[in-house]
Design a protein around this ligand. Structure first.
Ligand code: PLP
Length: 402
């Protein structure tokens, strides 16, 4: 470890936590106020109404002072009962962790997917969900749970297709979706896609530090919560939703993170959600062009579900991706995402989400290219040049608001 602070800023290019803009850091530095006082109620109402626009919902969004894992538990424990069968889909490490949580909570998860790492290169296959639901004529499956943006692989599944599959099967199961790393980076529509519970977190597209997480809930989910029997107390929606009507919480909320959230919502809606999504798509395309130019493989094998949030880069056989990451960290003060679960040592992940622009990405790719060369990974051509060519000749076109 260094005994002095390295010059310049650290490049935090993991797929969350993502860099927190100065504007948000400043907003969070205001004094903590009385969470039962009048000023707080106004802030509470402001963030609770603003966040609905990001989820694209007219219905309540619950904000927990917890990481995303807590909001996962809240989604399950508010809607389900011990022994309930839930249909989950193995897209990667986070889908696997959510399934393990379901087991611990005394649910019976069925895990659809492909063997080995094949399923970790693709999105959710809605046709398989439909077939399984059609076979469940007794309606023992109570919920379908899928990860929208699988952060461990860089795959963004088609949630509208999952909704259509449930409807086509005429099945009453709830639809629970994790978009912890997708929200405010990838297009997401809670109401339009008929999602019953959407789970998200603060430390990705919202550009906040870790520490708050969300459940967006449909009327059908609220109805299910009235008969769901899994034990819950801290996570229980009913009292929170009731107190949120006046901008307060039943316990001490994460005041300073809520200042940050108010600022984040203003920044995102100021840029315009469609512009935010287009910016992410453009940076992701530039990143993929770099990976292809290097002659390396992109973890996501299906171009229709490439993630706008991050790109998984597979290292050639015999090259430890974590050793490459360590070289880049030590030499260039940049953090990249590690390979998780089945992909340990096989790939690294480049985050291009949140407060990221053309030059942030170019610096990131430069660090990767130099590090890959130092680690003696044979490269076909310069990825930096390929990405520059793309970004330089494709100007971002903001949709200016009226
Ligand atoms: N689900 C997804 C898709 C994630 O990316 C993460 C965290 O990276 C989690 C769940 C877990 O969230 P947390 O680490 O905030 O508890």
């Amino acid at each position: 470890t260094l005994d002095f602070h390295p010059a310049g800023r650290h490049f935090l290019q993991i797929p969350g936590p993502s860099p927190v803009p100065d504007r948000i850091l400043r907003a969070m530095s205001y004094p903590t106020i009385d969470h039962r006082g009048p000023e707080f109620g106004a802030l509470g109402l402001q963030v609770l109404s603003g966040i609905k626009k990001i989820f694209k919902t007219q219905h309540p969004v619950v904000i927990y002072p917890a990481s995303g894992t807590g909001a996962w538990e809240a989604a399950l424990s508010n809607t389900l009962s011990p022994g309930d069968t839930v249909l989950m889909y193995e897209t990667g490490h986070f889908a696997t962790l959510w399934k393990k949580m379901a087991e611990k909570l005394d649910l019976k998860p069925e895990f659809l997917g492909l063997p080995g790492i094949e399923g970790w290169r693709r999105g959710v296959d809605a046709a398989r969900i439909e077939a399984r639901l059609r076979a469940d004529t007794a309606h023992t499956i109570k919920a379908v749970c899928v990860v929208h943006n699988e952060t461990s692989t860089g795959v963004t599944s088609n949630i509208a297709a999952v909704r259509q599959a449930i409807d086509a099967a005429g099945h009453p199961a709830l639809l629970l979706v994790d978009t912890i790393s997708g929200l405010a980076s990838a297009d997401y529509r809670h109401d339009e896609w008929g999602v019953d519970v959407t789970v998200s977190g603060s430390q990705k597209g919202l550009m906040l530090p870790p520490g708050i997480s969300f459940n967006a809930i449909s009327p059908k989910a609220i109805e299910a919560s009235q008969t769901a029997k899994l034990p819950r107390s801290f996570w229980d929606w009913s009292e929170i939703v009731e107190m949120n009507k006046t901008g307060y919480w039943p316990y001490t909320p994460n005041t300073n993170l809520l200042y940050g959230l108010a600022e984040s919502i203003e920044m995102i809606l100021g840029e315009g959600l469609d512009n935010v999504f287009a910016r992410h798509q453009r940076l992701a395309e530039a990143c993929r062009r770099a990976v292809r130019a290097w002659g390396l493989e992109i973890q996501c094998a299906d171009p229709t579900v490439y993630s706008p949030v991050l790109t998984g880069v597979m290292t050639p056989e015999g090259i430890d991706a974590d050793a490459v990451r360590k070289t880049i960290y030590d030499r260039f003060d940049m953090s990249l995402g590690t390979g998780l679960g089945k992909l340990k040592g096989r790939m690294f992940r480049i985050g291009h989400l949140g407060d990221c622009n053309d030059l942030t990405l170019m610096a990131t790719l430069s660090g990767c290219e130099m590090g890959l060369k130092i680690a003696r990974v044979p490269l076909a051509a310069s990825g930096v040049v390929a990405a520059m060519d793309y970004l330089g000749s494709n100007a971002a076109k903001p949709n200016l608001k009226a």
